[in-house]
Design a binder for this molecule. Structure first.
Ligand SMILES: [Zn+2]
Length: 318
């Protein structure tokens, strides 16, 4: 590898930790570092990101392009952060402040978009033209990649289907659990980890985490299996909406719940009753990079050529 080849650095800003990764031109991981997120402190968060980037560049002896994934987005209306559960970022020009601290342009995207991008570039959906990435964790998010590019959308919310209502609801699913967004019966209230646990308890099961329910189902517990079957049916209905609207070539499941055995089995048949098509061939797969997809996708926000240009125009010397 040429020593002139710029690094591509990805930063994943989470509620509890900030992680940085350095990729070479072929997507090989060269280094990775993390620090605790300075919760509630904006200036310290900017400094922490800049410090991680400077630190990994110092170790590797090269500069890099910087992409950042956050659980939120830059509002096209104001140029500041919105929809972030790291609420101390909201209303702040976070990408511009990090760019100023690092003396170079940075790109910022929603973490679900970064996840989808990582899986579309060289992950479980490599080679697919249109990819819908789903994060099933404590929340439910989604991101869209078209021809290798993330699709942010006019309002920077493309793919955010977790706060759509659960489609084709049954009588006992209406109006559905209250959601922090102010509505009831959002997809997230059913398909998140806490949603699955709530559903299990509501059906008479014991108070368990989603992971524990999955383990009980794998061990043959009938009630836990029934809960997982309801979950899979709801996931099928929720994703059928996506197929009818976007018709992706591949849907990638990520987040903690994607590790549940059986979640990626039985597709695309689960979609067929709800999709408006004679046949449904959509691939539904588990993420290749697991928890690392977000940070890898942030690095992929710059192509290799763009990365070289960004560093060139930003000036390498003092
Ligand atoms: Zn909601």
């Amino acid at each position: 590898m040429s020593t002139q080849e710029p690094l591509r650095l990805g930063v994943d800003l989470g509620g509890s930790k900030i992680e940085v990764i350095a990729l070479d031109g072929g997507g090989r991981e060269l280094a990775r570092r993390r620090v605790a997120t300075p919760r509630g402190d904006y200036a310290s968060t900017v400094r922490a990101v800049a410090g991680l980037v400077s630190g990994i560049e110092g170790e590797l002896g090269r500069r890099g392009s910087v992409g950042i994934g956050i659980p939120g987005a830059v509002s096209p209306a104001t140029g500041t952060i919105k929809n972030a559960n790291s609420t101390w970022l909201i209303g702040r020009p976070f990408d511009r402040d990090v760019a100023a601290a690092l003396h170079r342009p940075v790109r910022l995207a929603n973490d679900a978009n970064c996840f989808a991008l990582s899986e579309a570039v060289d992950g479980a959906a490599a080679g697919a033209d249109i990819v819908f990435g789903v994060i099933l964790g404590t929340g439910v998010g989604g991101g869209i990649v078209v021809h290798g590019q993330p699709l942010p959308g006019h309002n920077a919310i493309a793919g955010e289907w977790g706060h759509n209502p659960l489609p084709w609801p049954r009588d006992d699913e209406r109006p559905g659990p209250p959601c922090y967004c102010g509505r009831e019966g959002c997809i997230e209230t059913f398909l998140s980890g806490p949603g699955l646990a709530r559903d299990h308890a509501a059906a008479g099961g014991s108070d368990r985490t989603a992971e524990a329910i999955a383990a009980e189902a794998a061990a043959g517990d009938a009630a836990a299996r029934a809960t997982l079957n309801r979950h899979l049916d709801r996931l099928g209905r929720a994703l059928a909406h996506v197929v009818n609207l976007l018709d992706p070539d591949a849907i990638v499941l990520g987040g903690g719940l994607s590790n549940i055995d059986g979640l990626t089995q039985g597709w695309p048949e689960r979609l067929s009753p709800y999709v408006f098509s004679d046949r449904v061939g959509t691939r539904v797969v588990r993420a290749r990079y697991g928890d690392s997809s977000g940070v890898r996708g942030a690095a992929w926000l710059w192509s290799q050529d763009e990365a070289a240009d960004a560093l060139g125009t930003a000036g390498v010397g003092p």
